[in-house]
Design a protein around this ligand. Structure first.
Ligand code: VGL
Ligand code: ZN
Length: 211
């Protein structure tokens, strides 16, 4: 049985940007493979929100800002552990642009996150201090959003945190697993799925919507 998508349901397309695609500075393996699938899924939704990772060039999540540290090291910040990354999705750089192969002209909102130099933001709902809101929950409530369906990159970071925070904000959240790809550093993918399960996030495959 295929899942029917209601007009109020929202497809949230997470971080489909050149730096996360093959050739990008933080390329997620197979990230390009999900573009056609996301385009097909988007045809079922009248309400689509895109998120865009958007960092100043000296962002605290960049290993380059921490002498002696390497990408994928973890450091302690005020708000908790922070994985360090290669420089990526720098404001107005090509790597920060959304893939032009996305074919979702009806998308209504592009939500940028991670623009505060001293706080990362994997989640589209709140920054990594677990406190500073992005405004997305208010937007979705004001727009009377129904279920949220998440796709994009990366399963174990921005998709997972957005899913968990969406559930915490009271939304019914479903991740469409085959329309995501993971970074999977140090067991992060398995951890992300168990955290999403614990938060009540549902997991489906695209066939359940596309038939
Ligand atoms: C992401 C690491 C750093 C993501 C963003 O989109 O999953 N991962 N910034
Ligand atoms: Zn980032």
């Amino acid at each position: 049985m295929t899942i029917s998508i209601a007009p109020q349901d929202v497809l949230v397309v997470v971080d489909m940007q050149y730096d996360f695609l093959p050739g990008g500075s933080l390329a997620v393996a197979g990230g390009d493979e999900i573009v056609p699938l996301i385009n097909a899924l988007a045809k079922k939704f009248s309400h689509v929100v895109l998120t865009q990772d958007w960092h100043p060039k000296d962002h605290i999540s960049f290993a380059s800002q921490h002498p002696g540290k390497q990408p994928f090291d973890t450091i302690a910040l005020d708000y908790g552990p922070q994985v360090l990354w290669p420089d990526h999705c720098v404001w107005a750089s090509r790597g920060a642009e959304l893939s032009r192969d996305l074919d979702i002209p009806q998308a209504q909102l592009i939500l940028r996150k991670g623009y505060n130099r001293t706080i990362d933001s994997y989640s589209g709902f709140q920054e990594a201090d677990r406190h500073t809101p992005t405004g997305l929950a208010s937007y979705l409530n004001e727009r009377e959003a129904g279920r949220l369906y998440l796709v994009g990159l990366a399963t174990d970071f921005c998709v997972a945190w957005t899913a968990i925070d969406g559930a915490a904000a009271g939304f019914d959240v479903t991740v469409i697993e085959d329309a995501t790809r993971a970074i999977d550093a140090n067991g992060s993918l398995e951890r992300a799925w168990s955290d999403m399960d614990a938060a009540g996030v549902q997991r489906i495959v695209s066939r359940e919507i596309l038939g």
